[in-house]
Design a protein around this ligand. Structure first.
Ligand code: ATP
Ligand code: MG
Length: 686
């Protein structure tokens, strides 16, 4: 198994006891070390369930699980491979009672948090609430609670936000809910305050592996430290040159502190890059060169010089998109990598995706957008999730309000306001208040009857969900539920157009299929292979959905072109990459005028690392494109190529429109359309 690892990688994989840090540049096989080390640990007799491997995204976790399974088969299924946040959920579900949390607590997403903050601060202004959200999140990530935040506040504004945070925390506790930051902060507090729980987890986890270590924040580091204990059996892998989440509190201090906190730390460096050609790697090394280094590194590739990195100079964004598509079409004709999945277009900001989507659609090229709006952020899915959340945690008031009003069931705003007032006085959740004796005295009989009916329906659904096991039963139950709440009709009533309602209903059905699949039993996968999965109850499945960011996860590698933000592309690789919109103001992103010189310089360094991440996603070819003009609001303004293009120090002239390339692309497009037409089924009229 270790034959496919170089000596330094083998060293890291075979260092089974004690702390180990693998520090190396992009594409040097750090993630591969983690996967192989999981396999190695299992082969040496460590039980799968005693290993935790922490990834940066759910998608990365899914991929790692699959790779580990290929290496050691079934036992890999028991390994806890997940994000820090999912690990936090596990800890809190098992041991959160010590913090007053029920095992069925709810996880609020960013929108829920925003509305809760608006409520606490009695404002409807989203910008203000977002500012509070940002500040509070920053405090939580720095390990401060409301009291500590108040104590260290230096302005009246901060003091106000800290007081608001106290109200927000009270509400969260009353709703038996946590936000995303709590998924790290609360487990940390739990382990800090409960010696026994800490010992239990330290004894359980024989080895902890952390990928993308450079992007952990201070609380995640503390959590990791407590989980591994003083003897510290862990493997962290990372690259200081790829730290791109400083704006979200990630800190390179975690790398600096590691050798101090763990004096026995074994540091291993990897120097061979297995991903990219020489030309691409040189451009990457040149860009990252000017950044200050925590640890000196030297990366080389044995894949040969390869194609030169292209700089593509375009007039405007639509032109840039056309050229990217033309490039993909012509490469697909000439390169051995002919699948759509071999191509990616990467950019700095979400909004840049639109023109590329349009150009790809025009050319009939299938694509997916990652890092953009998640399936779970769609209104219809959030509606249904509100019901699921209530099945799990009846005290989740935001979910209660959404479910009781969606679809409408004749329970009006006034009734809910009265119920809210009553519940607050009685120190009950909204659901809890339904069954209080004195409710009848506070609300009109008709309103109480409507609320009781809702409560009864909910209880019945929950009871059945708890006993619904396996795919078939789950699917039937979900259909019945949708019918009972008249959800399809609700979509038609609330959508602007019929096609919109149909599309939304399609999403709902897809969601239900996916939930049902997760209930296991006998299922058939996309390739028509019949699989037998461990059966789960619908309630168990509902518990895990809050953490899943996208449905695409089940479709690991569909054969489509990827459009992605640079942040979402971390850790991934494609044979052909177009890095688009590489202009001043976008990459690097426009400077924060109010920031001081040191902060500005630090920001440019982080943007440079982002460019480095982008370049190093490419295996065979890389094109970096920029536009002479760009849209800024409603205006068209002049644009300049990013300084990072010059920093790549390419020894070639910029490529302007190449008529031969265009001709090749057009030919490719015609050929593709012709073959699509001949392959299309012919329709006969009945
Ligand atoms: P990043 O910094 O982008 O996260 P990484 O250091 O985690 O990159 P991997 O993704 O593990 O790198 O590996 C990059 C590519 O090189 C992958 O395709 C991997 O399969 C391949 N690779 C890594 N090590 C070896 C090796 N020893 N022999 C052959 N291929 C390797
Ligand atoms: Mg990696």
């Amino acid at each position: 198994m270790t034959a496919s690892l170089n000596l330094a990688q083998q060293d890291a994989v075979n260092h089974l006891r004690g702390p180990c840090l693998v520090l190396a540049g992009a594409g040097s096989g750090k993630t591969r070390v983690i996967t192989h080390k999981i396999a190695r640990l299992i082969q040496t007799g460590v039980e799968g369930r005693r290993i935790a491997a922490i990834t940066f995204t759910n998608k990365a976790a899914t991929e790692m699980r699959e790779r580990a399974r290929q290496l050691v088969g079934k036992p890999a299924g028991e390994v806890l491979i997940c994000t820090f946040h999912a690990l936090g959920v596990r800890l809190l579900r098992e041991d959160g009672a010590a913090l007053g949390l029920k095992p069925q607590f709810s996880i609020l997403d960013s929108d829920d948090v925003l509305s809760l903050l608006k409520d606490c601060g009695a404002t409807t202004d989203a910008a203000t609430a977002r500012q509070w959200q940002w500040t509070i999140s920053g405090w939580k990530n720095a390990g401060l609670n409301a009291a500590a935040a108040l104590a260290q506040a230096t302005s009246e504004g901060e003091r106000q936000t800290a007081r608001l945070m106290a109200r927000y925390e009270e509400r969260l506790a009353a709703y038996q809910s946590v936000d995303f930051d709590d998924l790290i902060g609360l487990p940390l507090r739990l382990l800090q305050q409960n010696e026994q729980t800490m010992q239990k987890w330290q004894a359980r986890l024989a080895h902890v592996l952390v990928d993308e270590y450079q992007d952990t924040n201070a609380t995640q580091y503390e959590l990791m430290k407590l989980l591994v204990g003083a003897q510290g059996s862990f493997t962290a892998v990372g690259d200081d040159d790829q730290s791109i989440y400083g704006w979200r509190g990630a800190t390179l201090d975690n790398l600096r502190r590691l050798p101090l906190d763990f004096p026995r730390l074994k540091v291993i460096k990897l120097e061979q890059n297995y991903r990219s050609t020489g030309a691409i790697l040189r451009a990457a090394n040149n860009v990252i060169g000017p950044n200050p280094k925590l640890f000196p590194k030297r990366l080389y590739s044995e894949l040969g010089e390869g194609e030169p990195v292209r700089v593509v100079d375009c007039d405007h964004e639509a032109h840039e998109a056309e050229r990217a598509v033309a490039r993909i079409q012509s490469l697909r004709q000439t390169s051995p990598h002919k699948e759509w999945r071999d191509f990616a277009i990467l950019y700095r900001a979400n909004h840049q995706a639109r023109v590329f989507e349009q150009a790809l659609r025009r050319a009939q090229i299938p694509y997916k957008v990652s890092g953009g709006q998640s399936f779970f952020d769609r209104v219809e899915i959030k509606d249904l999730c509100a019901w699921l959340r209530l099945w799990i945690n009846e005290d989740d008031d935001p979910a209660f309000l959404r479910a009781v009003t969606t679809p409408k069931r004749g329970i009006g705003h006034q009734t809910l306001a009265q119920l809210g007032e009553f519940a607050a006085k009685a120190h009950l959740s909204l659901f809890g208040a339904l069954y209080a004796h004195s409710l009848g005295a506070a609300l009109p009989a008709r309103a109480v009857a409507g609320l009781h009916e809702f409560g009864r329906e909910l209880n019945e659904l929950r009871h059945r969900a708890r006993h619904t096991v396996g795919r078939e039963a789950a699917r039937a139950f979900l259909d019945e539920w949708l019918q009972a709440i008249h959800y399809e009709k609700h979509l038609h009533d609330s959508s602007d157009t019929a096609p919109q309602a149909t599309a939304r209903w399609g999403n709902v059905l897809e969601f239900c299929d996916w939930m049902a699949d997760r209930c296991g039993g006998q299922i058939t996968d996309a390739a028509g292979v019949s699989l037998s999965l461990e059966p789960k109850t619908l309630l168990d499945v509902a518990q895990t959905i809050s953490l899943i960011s996208t449905l695409n996860e089940r479709d690991q590698d569909p054969n489509v072109v990827t459009l992605s933000t640079l942040h979402a592309a971390k850790g991934l690789e494609w044979p052909h990459v177009v890095l688009a919109g590489v202009i001043e103001g976008l990459l690097p992103f426009r400077p924060d005028e109010d920031a001081g010189a040191a902060a500005q310089a630090a920001r440019i360094e982080e943007e440079r690392r982002l460019m480095y991440v982008g370049i190093t996603r490419a295996q065979r070819t890389l094109a970096v494109s920029w536009t002479r003009r760009r849209k800024k609001g409603r205006e068209i303004v002049a644009a300049r190529p990013s300084r990072f293009i010059a920093e790549m120090a390419l020894d070639q002239a910029t490529v302007r429109e190449d008529p031969r390339e265009k001709l090749k692309a057009l030919r490719a497009e015609f050929a593709q359309r012709a073959s699509a037409q001949s392959a299309a089924p012919t329709h006969t009229t009945p």
